[in-house]
Design a protein around this ligand. Structure first.
Ligand code: AMP
Ligand code: MG
Length: 355
């Protein structure tokens, strides 16, 4: 990695499967860079990841430098075959096995006791490691061709909204990494769900692309890290304590529903604009024409949670591009995929809610 030098950028049509892509020249080049200890950004079904050889202390440290990521925030290890688990983890409890059967490859990370095979910086010194097998064909092909366990956090500068398109990666890291595999916009739009299966009862540490309801359907009881409900200050999942996904402007989530929610946001926006602020409103297609503000960003459709998740980070980045300094976001009922959306919105707002 050569800070200041532009990353190589290869466009890959995403409509091929991993088997076909394994022969793609961009995949072999990217795999070579990873094996030589470099940094490659690649699409996954959730967001773009910034990958490095998870076994190499030196390669992994470049991730922290490029992102400006705090060292106590562990990284998720990505694998291209389930069989790679064996080299990484000490044991796989039956709940873990059941979750893998249903959700891999896919947006689910399992926290398991590790074997010491990955760099210390990956686990931030914990005795567990987070592992996932992504389903995006480009990610799978890259992981399979490299043959490596690849540590990959989201490919954004630390604290910023995660990248759901290669342009977002370019914007944040274009001169700090070796290469970008560009397969256009990602599908899920929020990061993987993180579940700790190392203890006696599975515990949800971060809601994401797989919902709590789906987890419970598969393994029965799943506890929720009290930190997610805002009850304790010290989360079990180290990364969850940092401000994340945040736009530059001051952001507030506005509580309420239906007509009352729209009326409140209209009133708050009017007051803020009178006070001279440049106001952005984060809403949905259903309500977009009901507001007056400097910028109104529709983020999917309220009756389609998947569409909201998919467009969330793009919408937050749009706020930055327009230079709004006061952002009001509509609230969503926190079930299903909206649970994950609300988690990200609250983080982006630094927990600030207007009730
Ligand atoms: P990111 O790579 O930015 O999507 O963030 C990865 C997140 O996964 C971290 O911030 C943690 O919240 C979580 N995580 C990764 N490894 C572990 C682990 N061993 N124990 C608990 N949480 C983990
Ligand atoms: Mg991240």
């Amino acid at each position: 990695m050569d800070v200041g030098k532009a990353a190589l950028r290869w466009r890959i049509e995403p409509n091929a499967d991993a088997d076909e892509l394994r022969d793609h020249p961009a995949i072999s080049e990217a795999a070579r860079i990873l094996r030589e200890g470099g940094l490659v950004a690649f699409p996954t079904e959730t967001v773009y990841g910034l990958g490095a050889d998870a076994r190499s202390e030196e390669a992994v440290s470049k991730i922290f430098i490029a992102k400006g990521r705090p060292a106590d925030n562990p990284l998720i290890v990505h694998i291209g075959h389930v069989s790679q688990l064996e080299e990484l983890v000490r044991e796989l409890p039956p709940e873990g096995e059941a979750l893998i059967r249903r959700f891999w490859p896919g947006p689910l990370t399992l926290v398991l006791p590790h074997k010491g095979a990955v760099a210390r910086k990956v686990t931030a010194g914990l005795d567990t490691v987070g592992v996932r097998m992504p389903s995006h064909p480009v990610a799978l092909a890259l992981l399979q061709v490299s043959g490596l366990p690849v540590a990959a956090p989201s490919a954004n500068r630390s604290g910023r909204p995660s990248p759901t398109d290669a342009d977002h990666v370019w914007e944040d890291l274009g001169d700090r990494i070796d290469a970008i595999l560009d397969a256009g916009p990602t599908g899920v739009g929020v990061e993987s769900t993180v579940v700790d299966v190392a203890g006696s009862t599975p515990m949800l540490l971060r809601p994401g692309g797989v919902t709590l309801e789906e987890l419970r359907e598969t393994v029965g009881e799943v506890r929720v890290d009290p930190a997610l409900e805002g009850e304790v200050q010290q989360p079990r999942s180290p990364g969850m304590k940092y401000r994340h996904y945040a736009p530059a402007g001051e952001m507030w989530v506005v509580d309420g529903s239906g007509e009352e929610l729209v009326r409140r946001i209209r009133r708050l926006a009017e007051e803020a604009r009178r006070a001279g602020r440049k106001v952005g409103i984060l809403t949905t297609e259903e309500n977009r024409f009901r507001y007056e503000a400097d910028l109104v960003v529709p983020c999917g459709r309220r009756n389609d949670p998947e569409s909201v998740a998919r467009h969330l980070y793009r919408a937050l980045r749009e706020m930055d591009r327009a230079g709004v300094d006061y952002i009001l976001a509509e609230t969503f009922p926190a079930t299903g995929l909206f649970h994950s959306v609300m988690n990200r919105l609250l983080k982006a707002a630094g927990g600030k809610v207007i009730r």
